[in-house]
Design a protein around this ligand. Sequence first.
Ligand code: G6P
Length: 362
Amino acid sequence: DASDIEKGTYPHYMLKEIDEQPAVMRKIIQNYQNDSGELQIDQDILSAMNDSDRIYIIAAGTSYHAGLVGKQFLERMAQIPVEVHISSEFGYNMPLLSKKPLFIFISQSGETADSRQVLVQIKEMGHKSLTITNVQGSTLSREADYTLLLHAGPEIAVASTKAYTAQLAVLAILAEVTAKSRDIEVPFSLVQELGIVANAMEVLRDSKEEFEAIAREYLSVTRNCFFIGRGIDFYVGLEGALKLKEISYIQAEGFAGGELKHGTIALIEEGTPVIALATQKFVNLSIRGNVKEVVARGANPCIISMDGLNTDEDRFVIPEVHELLTPLISVVPMQLISYYAALHRDCDVDKPRNLAKSVTVE
Ligand code: G6P
């Protein structure tokens, strides 16, 4: 049938969509570049960014995790304070808003009811909104003041992969262009760095057997799995845990490296897999200290580090990219490990139980 043709030679949409990520990166760069090769965003959107004293990112699921990383981009590059909220909570438990808020809705489908409910509310309050979505003409896009598109192509698998990395790329572009419009210097070329990211994604795409082996070794029979990281790696760990839960049904949780000892370390038993991310130089020693803590309690550690920060104990080393952009790369092993874990456990990768691709009820 038609879906077989679209999948081509791939056994699952999820694997196809993971593999499409380098091409999506290049497409995004193309779509956001002007004739002179500079990244560009509509002036209306830049004015809204610069008129606001605080940005409120509203999203659900994987898009919420993209928002957590987006906050780092926007605060560090454009120096605008950002809050990130789960849409289903924000609607009923609204925080005290700043004087000039700008709302950014992140939604692959543009149809998530929880997010739409917030959009309706904040519009009634007279606030401006920007939707970042993969679907042109979607509800959240039509109803917001502005839209930025992901250009990721249709995402069919329920577990979001290429939309997440596309969301990060578009958020980084928004942050960089906003920074420049405020005369804040960005000390690197984002176009160049995103190109490096696309190449690094290709390296990972060619290392699939390694992730299949990791999934087999750590996740074939386990009941649970923990993901730890510090700083921006923590947010990728949250997304890694969500991916694994969604498709393999393994109980998985992401934690800030230093927080595990305040309770959750009680769950570590002999052989419990702990996947640790180490891509950030300033916390490289401390996350490795956290790994030692869990190993002392019997954990089976799987350290995924970045080239230049790696040690002999690491299970996989990702190619070096700019330290702010590591989530675009470090999430790929999370996606592939989850994919193979689900496969080894005979789960329906593309259509996991109890889940829908877009949730149009509150
Ligand atoms: C559903 C999907 C998730 C997705 C979330 C938000 O729960 O199963 O994969 O992250 O909705 O979707 P959105 O389309 O708003 O990004």
